[in-house]
Ligand binder design. Sequence first.
Ligand code: PEP
Ligand code: MN
Length: 345
Amino acid sequence: MILILKGGATEQQIDHVIQRVEALGLKAHLSRGTFRTIVGIIGDESEIVVESIRAIPGVAKVVPVLPPYKLASREAHPESSVVDVSGVKIGGGHVGLIAGPCSVEEEDRMHRIAEAIAASGANILRGGAFKPRTSPYAFQGLGEEGLRRLRDVGAAHGLPVVTEVTDPRLVPLVAEYADLLQIGARNMQNFALLNEVGASQRPVLLKRGMAATVADLLMCAEYILSQGNPNVILCERGIKGFDPATRNLYDVAAVPLVQQLSHLPIIVDPSHATGKPELIPACALAGLAAGADGVHIEVHDCPEVAKSDGPQALLPEQYDELAQQMKKLAELLGKTVSPLPETTA
Ligand code: PEP
Ligand code: MN
């Protein structure tokens, strides 16, 4: 950590800064420039509270050398992490293709969609049973009945399942049914929820909040990792932009950036990022080309009757065409779309 002192820092203040650093059991290296004095702190900076160092009189700026998300950082873990979702690997060259309706719907429809996406090469089935809706009057999901249906339909087609958990009190229930716990954009900074999914030890799909920076996203991943759960997959799903022409602003650059900063897998969700079926295939391929470890897409066989997010759903045949392109692109990039897990039935 480097401390840059104020231009007019007095000798007394400089001595005090050095005393405070040494009191923490660290070494201070003083460097006097023509205009500014700099104090380099030598030793393990992980225990230092940046806020209190910044509050020492005479200190202008504190520049940490290590990122604050120490478990999530690539420095801490140079190898790319591979997360195993009940036999489907994501990360380190393994591509996850997550697809399904926004909400868990009628049983026969769920079977039709699951069968279609599995035939196209998807390896994880999605569906929300607890829906975080902007309006309290909108469809809120089928609750536990939805969880059971999602799990049973997934099992019938050999697909692990992902569903959102919206409340720390629901984590044990959702973890009973889901192979992958989704934390939605609206809950990215729900720290009680992050701690709870961390403690569950289930793989977690952490979506980027709609007004969150990449550093915010990595700090939220750190919450989960700090509970001893290494199975975190990040998801770029678009952030708030100023132009309503697309639902959100798809931040493709976040993919290679996260991969530089972190060892965690990152997937893209062009469905929520764009909200427009006609843009989704191009944006899915752009995400993969940028290095994403997977693609998450909403698919519905009759979008006009969908319980939520119908306008952004791809039809199964549109998904199939895209899935074939995604598989080819993955191969071109030297990656493989993870096959479905062997069933033991
Ligand atoms: C979803 O996946 O259906 C969802 C609500 O996503 P997000 O949290 O990214 O809006
Ligand atoms: Mn949705």
